[in-house]
Design a protein around this ligand. Structure first.
Ligand SMILES: C[S@@+](CC[C@H](N)C(=O)[O-])C[C@H]1O[C@@H](n2cnc3c(N)ncnc32)[C@H](O)[C@@H]1O
Length: 202
């Protein structure tokens, strides 16, 4: 499947590429439902809703958690200033390879729990923003808690996490950790999603 995907990319066949991307995603969901958390990549409406919550003028360093097939990664790399830096995390080795293939020079990291370690290794003091697609509500609770702790530790005061979820389950957990949590809803996605804008206290 990955070889076929690479061939389509080389040939520039965009429609077939997106269909294959959907098929790869579905296959990973069937194999690892609780890790992937949804049956298809985010729609362009959800992508836009998430990207619109970010102040790109002020964002220098951003982490993306749970990149999947890279629908958000494309927009992030397009929006980020030339001097900006994106740290992309995807735990599934096949999806990780797909994103690295698409964006030459981009080194995709694995488990989002390693966020503080990667920041330290790269000499980055703090993050302006985190974009999360992680299915927090269905991940093992200890993994969810440890990722949220890592995000809070790495964000600058006043920094923001933008995360989408398919239910309201995580809202109290976000409210416990962040000074301000705003919710919006995107209907045009499968399934429809809640977008959480979580701002760390000063
Ligand atoms: C719902 S998918 C989102 C994919 C993509 N960002 C999108 O919006 O279409 C969640 C992704 O998170 C990844 N994931 C789950 N646990 C993770 C972890 N601990 N660290 C990094 N990625 C993880 C899954 O492999 C999956 O690709």
């Amino acid at each position: 499947m990955l070889r076929y995907y690479r061939k389509l990319r080389r040939q520039g066949k965009l429609l077939s590429l997106r269909m294959t991307e959907g098929a790869v995603f579905l296959r990973r969901f069937v194999e690892f439902p609780r890790q992937v958390g949804s049956v298809m990549p985010s729609s362009r409406y959800l992508t836009r809703a998430v990207m619109d919550k970010i102040d790109w003028e002020k964002t220098r360093c951003l982490a993306e958690l749970g990149a999947g097939t890279g629908v958000f990664t494309r927009s992030i790399l397009r929006n980020l200033r030339k001097s900006g830096e994106a740290l992309v995390f995807e735990i599934d080795p096949m999806l990780k390879r797909m994103i690295e293939d698409e964006h030459s020079g981009l080194n995709v990291h694995g488990d989002a729990r390693e966020l503080p370690k990667i920041l330290l290794e790269r000499g980055i003091p703090e993050l302006d923003c985190v974009v999360s697609s992680l299915p927090f509500a269905v991940l093992p609770p200890r993994m969810t808690a440890s990722i949220l702790d890592a995000v809070c530790k790495c964000l600058k005061p006043g920094g923001k996490m933008v995360a989408y979820q398919y239910s309201r389950h995580m809202k109290p957990y976000f409210e416990k950790r962040f000074a301000n949590v705003k919710t919006s809803f995107v209907l045009r996605n499968v399934p429809p999603a809640f977008v959480y804008e979580c701002v760390k206290g000063a």
